[in-house]
Design a protein around this ligand. Structure first.
Ligand code: SAM
Ligand code: SF4
Ligand code: SF4
Length: 361
């Protein structure tokens, strides 16, 4: 029997780190379904200045909502330590997210620290764009080269209906252009498509971004968390999105950039660029899922739809060394069995799950 990596008592919150099945020295860890570890998403804050109805509905995330106190957040030094441990286990890409990552004070310092520690890693960030214009230059100077900006509509009223905040579309578009001008190009633009709310904007979004070099990714509305009132009826299947776009602008599929790429790529036949679809509801991609998530408070989640994470922060704050950290992460990954989207039912969709703003989208 393999020995537990750490005493269970150390992992006080969340799930205890499981025993290590195989020494990480034997090669990069592989989970119980043969999936490697390639992509790490780090939530740097659980706070946001938007209240997107599909992510942080205002009825729940209201003035009384208890966000994490600062002491519970991983510090930048702790984040870099964890990221380096993941890197040693095969991570090729890191995405900073949240909550709204640009709200974390000094985010550009974290970008610089991560870039200097792991210059070869593909470092990127997902933002709602509200502070991007002010931050784009500093982020680029710190080593960021790519950014994803979320934008659910080109129409102010529809945008407001999605994000429940009064922020003009024009300013997000300006931030996208500004980011590209600073070198953070091509910009990816995430649009969550929700039936009856913004699906009438799909073709307009495609039209607007065709020929700009920016790549829109149309995302199926997902049952993340337990507060967004998800119903299957509100999901527009990606096949429908492709059909609608294809009727306006003939398009064809493109091969993925790499194994496990989340977005399926499509290109316009007239050469005006490409768009992506993320179909985690209607065409689950669990079999190639190589993503781990580090929550704002320092737990590892091995699935976007998990209920609990593995508490790494207690381990770090109890003085664990780098090798011990790497062994703990490897142990978690080796025990991973997740495939939520393949087995989703109405019942699982209603079940308690961790909120996306906490573990990072
Ligand atoms: N605040 C940043 C933003 O909005 O870009 C980063 C965090 S956000 C959780 C990351 C991505 O998750 C965004 O593109 C957002 O649209 C997407 N997202 C959030 N809730 C979702 C849901 N229920 N279904 C599909 N995508 C969702
Ligand atoms: Fe905030 Fe992003 Fe969630 Fe919208 S999707 S509430 S911008 S974290
Ligand atoms: Fe990965 Fe979980 Fe999403 Fe499946 S449901 S693709 S395992 S995050």
């Amino acid at each position: 029997m393999p020995k537990p990596v750490i005493p269970v008592a150390v992992a006080r919150r969340g799930l205890a780190i499981p025993p290590l099945a195989r020494e990480p020295g034997d090669g990069p860890p592989v989970d119980t379904r043969g999936r490697g570890l390639r992509d790490l998403r780090i939530s740097v804050t659980d706070r946001c200045n938007f209240r997107c109805t599909y992510c942080m509905p205002r009825e729940v995330f209201d003035a009384d909502y208890q966000f994490l106190p600062h002491a519970e957040l991983l510090s930048f030094e702790e984040i870099v330590r964890v990221a380096r441990a993941f890197h040693g286990l095969g991570i090729a890409k890191i995405r900073l997210t949240g909550g709204e990552p640009l709200l974390r004070r000094g985010i550009e310092d974290l970008v610089r620290m991560l870039h200097e520690a792991m210059p070869g890693v593909d470092l990127t960030l997902t933002t709602n764009g509200t502070a991007l214009k002010q931050k784009a230059r500093a982020l680029y100077a710190a080593g960021l080269r790519r950014v994803t900006v979320s934008l659910d509509s080109l129409d102010d009223a529809t945008f407001r209906a999605m994000n429940d905040a009064d922020f003009p579309v024009a300013k997000v578009l300006e931030a996208i252009d500004c980011a590209a001008a600073e070198g953070l190009a091509p910009v990816k633009v995430n649009m969550v498509v929700r039936r009856g709310t913004n699906d009438h904007q799909v073709v307009d979004m495609a039209r607007h971004f065709r020929g700009t070099g920016h790549i829109v990714r149309f995302i199926e509305f997902m049952d993340v968390g337990a507060t967004n009132g998800w119903r299957m009826d509100d999901v527009i299947p990606s096949a429908e999105v492709v059909r609608r776009i294809g009727e306006a602008f003939p398009c064809e599929p493109v091969n993925p950039n790499h194994f496990g790429e989340v977005a399926r790529r499509w290109r316009y036949q007239d050469g005006a660029g490409e768009f992506g679809i993320i179909s985690s509801v209607t065409q689950a991609f669990c079999s190639s899922c190589n993503r781990a998530r580090l929550s704002t408070d320092g737990s590892i989640y091995t699935c976007l739809f998990a209920r609990e994470g593995y508490d790494l922060k207690s381990l770090i704050r109890a003085g664990a060394g780098d090798a011990e950290l790497a062994r703990a992460i490897a142990a978690v990954w080796q025990g991973r069995d997740d495939r939520y989207s393949e087995i989703r039912t109405a019942e699982t969709a209603r079940a308690r799950k961790v909120e996306m703003s906490f573990i990072g989208g």
